[in-house]
Ligand binder design. Structure first.
Ligand SMILES: Nc1ncnc2c1ncn2[C@@H]1O[C@H](COP(=O)(O)OP(=O)(O)OP(=O)(O)O)[C@@H](O)[C@H]1O
Ligand SMILES: [Mg+2]
Length: 241
């Protein structure tokens, strides 16, 4: 059965969608079959990040009975990485049993990555029954980490016990400037297991047309590769420099 992972954050713009597609890509490098479900209604982040055209059908069409789940599945330019685009109408609501039904019909995948909008207004359907674990993305700023702690608490209340923290857009100077030196304090504060520290990458837009090119950006590539490996349970060291 596929592992269902929510990618979330307390604050917007921290890199959830970027991490979702890149984690998906790196999991495929490691031989896994992945599908991304874009839950950010009204915005088309996932297809844009994958540089795909707007699909004919999206999650909104599934939810309103306009198409089957199968018809809304799109393959991407990356082998073994599929996606279902977000509903374009932000007024559409998703019911608990609808999400469960959709997830149930996604057969043959190892991972279902659910890219969510930022903030605490999570749909009721995001709970321990529908989701196996959550990746909480935060940038190295106090406000962002406070947002991460708040979302972590909410997920805990919803019965999602496996919660991992990803610190994205990491820069050691900024980290020190923001008085965040003690990593253990940060981890305790957010109440999630630190799974990755992803560096700030200046040229992200340049490589976004071809993730294979990421290999030239060693630090960034390694951080994502390690994230995917750690996520699969490997005992890989965290990069913290
Ligand atoms: N590690 C990184 N280094 C540099 N820029 C990054 C990094 N990760 C993400 N970004 C940039 O940050 C911006 C926001 O990223 P993204 O859209 O993935 O965030 P998000 O959390 O999904 O936003 P939203 O809350 O609106 O859904 C984008 O311009 C993206 O290229
Ligand atoms: Mg996003």
């Amino acid at each position: 059965m596929a592992k269902k992972t929510l990618i979330t954050s307390g604050k917007g713009g921290v890199g959830k969608s970027t991490i979702t597609v890149l984690l998906g890509f790196f999991l495929t490098i490691l031989g896994k079959k992945v599908i991304i479900l874009d839950l950010d209604f009204g915005i088309s982040s996932v297809e844009e990040l994958l540089k795909e055209l707007e699909p004919v059908f999206n999650l909104g069409d599934i939810l309103t009975g306009n198409c089957s789940v199968e018809a809304a599945i799109n393959s991407s330019r990356y082998k073994k990485l599929d996606f279902i685009a977000a509903a374009k109408n932000y007024k559409i609501n998703i019911q608990n049993n609808q999400l469960q039904q959709i997830i149930k019909s996604l057969e043959g995948y190892d991972f279902i990555l659910l890219d969510s909008p930022a903030g605490l207004n999570l749909d009721e359907c995001i709970n321990g029954e529908t989701i196996d674990d959550a990746l909480i993305v935060a940038n190295p700023e106090k406000l962002c980490l406070t947002g991460a702690r708040n979302i972590s608490r909410l997920l805990e209340e919803r019965g999602i016990t496996k919660r991992y923290l990803i610190i994205n857009k990491f820069n050691s100077k900024v980290w020190k400037k923001n008085n965040l030196e003690n990593l253990d304090v940060v981890i305790d504060f957010v109440a999630a297991q630190l799974i990755a520290i992803i560096p700030f990458m200046e040229n992200l837009e340049v490589v976004s047309y071809d993730f294979e090119k990421l290999i030239s950006y060693k630090k960034f590539y390694k951080a994502l590769f390690n994230l995917a490996n750690r996520y699969l349970g490997a005992n890989v060291k965290l990069l913290f420099k």
